[in-house]
Design a protein around this ligand. Structure first.
Ligand SMILES: [Zn+2]
Ligand SMILES: [Zn+2]
Length: 326
């Protein structure tokens, strides 16, 4: 299915007043077909193979234009020249750079991103972009083994890892609500937790189906290296909450409070990574879930307030009784 976001509209991106240029289209298409990080000279060599009449200057100019149009991102691996990667269908990421073979490996870490945001916020700094580059020696150079065969794009790995986290989250959510329904004494609260458990079960089914579909695109996808590191959510964003429910003496209000905290984290996760998905279906699933988690969050907050009120009512009677018996 072609969507507006699936194919870059080069005519729309072309600066006003520039004529349609088949040379430029050829350069853009060759560039978009490449994975990884090309130097301008790498691109010139690729273009010369397609059409030797295209000059180096034209390739350079087009690269510059692609950067301005948001099709390409400039990356600096400290080699004294820039490299370029396409930003189209390609979430922002960090790099591991091997100084022996000059290969670079991409990854993303929610933990690093959260930390960077925390630091910036603490200093009142409005962050626009952060670049994390780790220099060293890659596994292939270190061990003399052949580098892992490439083939999966970062986009596919990102979708795989984001889905894994989402599945872990729904699984832990199901466990959390099942347990919360069991320990809650208030009948209304019990019913609400039951309903939420059912919804998480339904979400889980949708995500697992989506994950199976993704695996069809690459039979080796499951064994490829991790792209998205997210320690805080590896066991699911509700796992810590489910553990807390196991403690003695968690009352109905406390269970709701823990649920509120988990739903808030889950909503933020789906929203943040849904917005980064380029793939239209994955994006849709994530953004829909973000919205549903927000509704769960609001529902739990409402229930929390109602339960507080219900529990407060008989209190004066109790106090009067206590006063009488004193
Ligand atoms: Zn290397
Ligand atoms: Zn990259």
């Amino acid at each position: 299915m072609a969507t507006a976001s699936a194919i870059p509209d080069l005519d729309r991106l072309r600066p006003a007043g520039t004529k349609r240029s088949s040379k430029r289209d050829l350069i853009v298409n060759v560039f978009l077909r490449q994975e990884g990080h090309l130097s301008a000279d790498d691109l010139v060599a690729l273009i010369k193979r397609e059409d030797h009449r295209i000059s180096r200057a034209t390739v350079y100019r087009t690269l510059q234009w692609m950067v301005e149009a948001g099709i390409a991102r400039k990356v600096d691996f400290g080699e004294g020249r820039f490299r370029f990667e396409h930003s189209y269908r390609h979430p922002r990421h960090f790099h591991l750079i091997c100084k022996t073979c000059n290969r670079s490996y991409e990854f993303l870490s929610s933990d690093i991103e959260a930390l960077v945001e925390e630091v910036a916020a603490a200093r009142g700094f409005q962050a626009r972009q952060s670049v994390v580059q780790i220099y060293g020696t890659c596994e292939a150079c270190r061990t003399g083994r052949e580098p892992a065969e490439e083939g999966a794009t970062s986009e596919l790995l990102f979708a795989r890892d984001a889905l894994r986290i989402a599945i872990a989250t729904e699984r832990s959510g199901l466990e959390f609500y099942t347990r919360a329904a069991r320990i809650t004494k208030d009948p209304r609260g019990k019913r609400i937790f039951h309903e939420l458990a059912e919804e998480e079960k339904h979400h889980l089914g949708t995500l697992e189906g989506r994950y199976r579909k993704l695996l069809e695109q690459d039979p080796q996808l499951e064994s490829r290296p991790t792209f998205l590191f997210f320690k805080g959510a590896a066991n699911g964003l509700f796992a810590a909450g489910a553990d807390q429910l196991r403690r003695d003496g968690v009352d109905d209000l406390e269970a709701l409070r823990i649920g509120i905290r988990c739903e808030r984290g889950s909503h933020r996760f789906f929203k943040r990574y849904g917005e980064r998905f380029e793939d239209s279906e994955g994006k849709q699933i994530f953004l829909e879930f973000a919205e549903e988690e927000r509704q769960h969050l609001e529902m739990l907050i409402r229930e929390y307030r109602l339960l507080q009120k219900r529990q407060r009512k008989p209190a004066p009677a109790r106090r009067r009784a206590a006063a009488r018996s004193a």
